[in-house]
Design a protein. Structure first.
Lengths: 260, 158, 267
């Protein structure tokens, strides 16, 4: 009984390591297959449209609401110490350092990630990828690589939009609705937010998250079982594995970057 | 054709992202105060720099006139040697004094520059001779206790 | 070299489940060869092996006199430029129009100017009777039409070898007749060799020059369609005459009915 349990754990670990290894090999294969994309930029830009533009609404609206909440909650907390003038600083730092990259990545995994996984999984189920191979076209280069680079490019753009809209949201709630001094809001923010330490680090984070989430979504679709059930399971895995990876990477990157 | 309109949307998307980034950098961040102008180097020695960090501002009359570039320990005098990058637009007399001050009660530490009366100005590579170290809280407390104890003894003698 | 493809002593297994054992097959140039057998006999696997998508555990496949090296990916890709494959349900790219689907191999493998490409694609669509459907999407056409578009795509580069995976499955009688007709005509017009995997006896026999019968991974009979019609082999007879029971049993193997109902002798 216990032996069976231990054997199951061993099997699970081995499968995890094997899939990690296979995933890494596929990752480098996709990178290697990307060279030819320089001549076929159309493929990448088309994908940026499907991945980026179609996510604008959810990212923009979410950013606005997160900004609203930050403004509200921030005011309540700072008011206790008489420091409500620092609201702008609080909202801006929270967004550019953490919430912008992380929340955008989580929303991206849910919206764009699942759509990528489903698309690739269904292409696999419909034998489209095999047909491409038989026509001597490498599906890694023609299908996976453009979507990968589109995701990597779109993510930092979406994160920047999220942060910017969030700051505006915080301004609307804090200054326009509650009445925090407008000058203090912006000046404290400008004095405290450093372009390189905060904004740039946030951008680097979102690029790393973009690489991770996009590749996980593509990989799950590529390795999905070619049945309806298989594709459904793959999309769930994209969200779960993608979200957990983003949070783990966030901890790693924060520890590396913000340790003055 | 459908392809051309896709390109337009993608272009708009990228422009929107760039605008957001610029907004963050300029309106939210301190990029506008980053000066890419010319600077000259000046050094100053302190017994104790307290919590001064590289990148801290150098202010005179509250206005930022430079940045702390580098902090090291002088092996012979065992004093902290601080290199300051001063903005070329501002010239200070050779006998100016540098103090390490704290912004607010618990804020970051910075260097306050008080101009002296010398007719010659600090040039690149010069050293500010009059410096005042940072106030270390423990020393302050022990000084206070010591002076209180001394007062007590004097009262006893009298 | 009379044979375009030669298979010698081919063995293939999925893990430890043997699928094919000891296959010896010749596919002469310019002919239509049918590979037939029940479901699960390994027919589609043969096509995958010839196309290099799967590697055999033992044996060799030679195309145009040269043995396939299954590890050399660039060589496999070069070989595939001379092959066209029609997948079971068409496998059209659902995000492209009919025109773009047929144009795909031409765009990927040649540098033709747009006007020439357009003319070529329209001619291929004309050959399968779907020129006026060029601007439709795969979701807007019927299954039979999708199959024909896939056929046009498979022959876009005028390949030497065309492979068909169950081209008649799920078609109405008219579409079946049309498809069979197209397979034969295209083969003769292009001077190619066609390998047809199917279990439709009537249509396949009407166009094939030679037939191979597979059962459980082995070749049980081969010959011309006329020879197969007249054959005495029990498996061939069961297949050709659509008999319910014979060498391929009706009942799933296992315990007898008497045992299951508890009527057998108790031990």
């Amino acid at each position: 009984m216990i032996l069976a349990f231990l054997a199951a754990i061993g099997r699970g670990v081995r499968e995890f390591v094997v899939s990690l290894g296979f995933g890494t090999r596929t990752f480098f294969a996709v990178l290697g297959a990307s060279g030819g994309l320089l001549r076929r930029l159309r493929l990448v830009t088309d994908q940026i449209h499907f991945i980026g533009n179609y996510s604008l609404v959810i990212i923009g609206v979410s950013g606005l609401f997160v900004g609203f909440v930050l403004g509200l909650q921030g005011y309540y907390t700072l008011n206790k110490y008489g420091s409500e003038q620092a609201l702008g600083l609080l909202v801006a730092l929270s967004l550019t350092r953490e919430l912008g990259p992380v929340v955008t990545a989580l929303l991206f995994a849910g919206r764009a990630g699942t759509s990528l996984t489903a698309e690739i999984g269904l292409m696999k189920a419909g034998e489209q990828l095999a047909a491409m191979e038989m026509m001597a076209v490498n599906p890694l280069q023609r299908v996976l690589a453009p979507r990968f680079w589109a995701g990597v490019i779109a993510m930092p753009i979406l994160a920047a939009i999220f942060s910017a809209v969030g700051i505006i949201g915080g301004y609307i709630v804090g200054v326009l609705l509650i009445g925090v001094d407008e000058g203090a809001f912006w000046s404290q923010m400008q004095a405290g937010v450093d372009v390189w330490a905060d904004v740039a680090n946030g951008v680097i984070k979102s690029i790393v998250f973009g690489i991770a989430v996009t590749f996980i979504a593509l990989y799950q679709g590529y390795e999905a079982k070619p049945t309806p059930e298989g594709v459904a399971r793959a999309t769930t895995r994209t969200v779960v594995i993608g979200s957990l990876t983003v949070l783990a990477l966030d901890f790693l990157l924060t520890a590396l970057m913000f340790n003055k | 054709m459908q392809r051309k309109s896709l390109d337009v949307w993608v272009g708009l998307f990228v422009v929107l992202g760039a605008a957001a980034l610029l907004f963050l950098a300029l309106k939210a961040g301190n990029m506008s105060s980053l000066s890419f102008g010319k600077t000259y180097d000046v050094t100053a020695r302190f017994d104790n720099i307290g919590g001064l960090k590289p990148g801290a501002p150098v202010k005179s009359a509250g206005v930022v006139v430079g940045r702390v570039d580098n902090i090291g320990l002088n092996g012979k005098t065992f004093q902290a040697e601080v290199r300051l990058k001063m903005q070329s637009g501002y010239a200070f007399p050779k006998d100016s004094s540098a103090k390490i001050l704290t912004s607010g009660l618990l804020g970051e530490q910075y260097i306050g520059l008080e101009p002296g009366g010398d007719t010659n100005n600090l040039a690149a590579g010069d050293r500010i001779t009059m410096t005042q170290s940072a106030i270390v809280l423990e020393n302050l407390i022990s000084q206070f206790l010591f002076s209180k104890a001394a007062e007590g003894k004097e009262e006893q003698k009298q | 070299m009379p044979n375009l493809v030669e298979i010698r002593d081919l063995h293939f297994a999925y893990g430890d489940r043997p699928i094919l054992s000891g296959l010896e097959m010749d596919f002469p140039r310019g002919k239509v060869i049918a590979v037939m057998g029940g479901s699960g006999s390994g027919k589609t696997t043969i096509l995958r092996l010839i196309g290099g998508q799967l590697a055999p555990s033992r044996g060799s496949i030679a195309v145009n006199g040269a043995a396939i090296d299954f590890d050399d990916t660039p060589a496999l890709y070069r070989m595939r430029r001379n092959m066209g494959m029609l997948f079971q349900h068409g496998a059209l790219f659902t995000d492209l129009t009919v025109f773009e689907n047929v144009a795909f191999p031409l765009r990927e493998h040649s540098d033709l100017p747009d006007e020439l490409l357009r003319d070529l694609v329209l001619m291929k669509l004309q050959a399968v009777g779907l020129r006026n459907a060029a601007q439709l999407k795969p979701a807007e056409i019927s299954g039979g039409m999708a199959r024909r578009v896939a056929l046009a795509r498979a022959v876009a580069l005028d390949p030497q070898l065309i492979m068909y995976d169950e081209p008649f499955a799920g078609l109405d009688p008219i579409s079946m007749g049309v498809t069979a007709n197209l397979i034969r005509r295209l083969n003769d017009a292009l001077g190619s060799t066609s390998i047809l995997v199917s279990h439709d006896v009537h249509e396949s026999f009407s166009i094939a020059d030679y037939v191979y019968f597979l059962s459980q991974g082995r070749i049980v009979a081969h010959g011309t369609p006329q020879q197969m019609q007249a054959s005495d082999d029990p498996y061939v007879k069961q297949f050709v005459h659509a008999e319910a029971d014979g060498p391929v049993p009706f009942h799933y193997p296992g315990r007898s009915l008497a045992e299951d109902l508890g009527l057998g002798a108790r031990s």
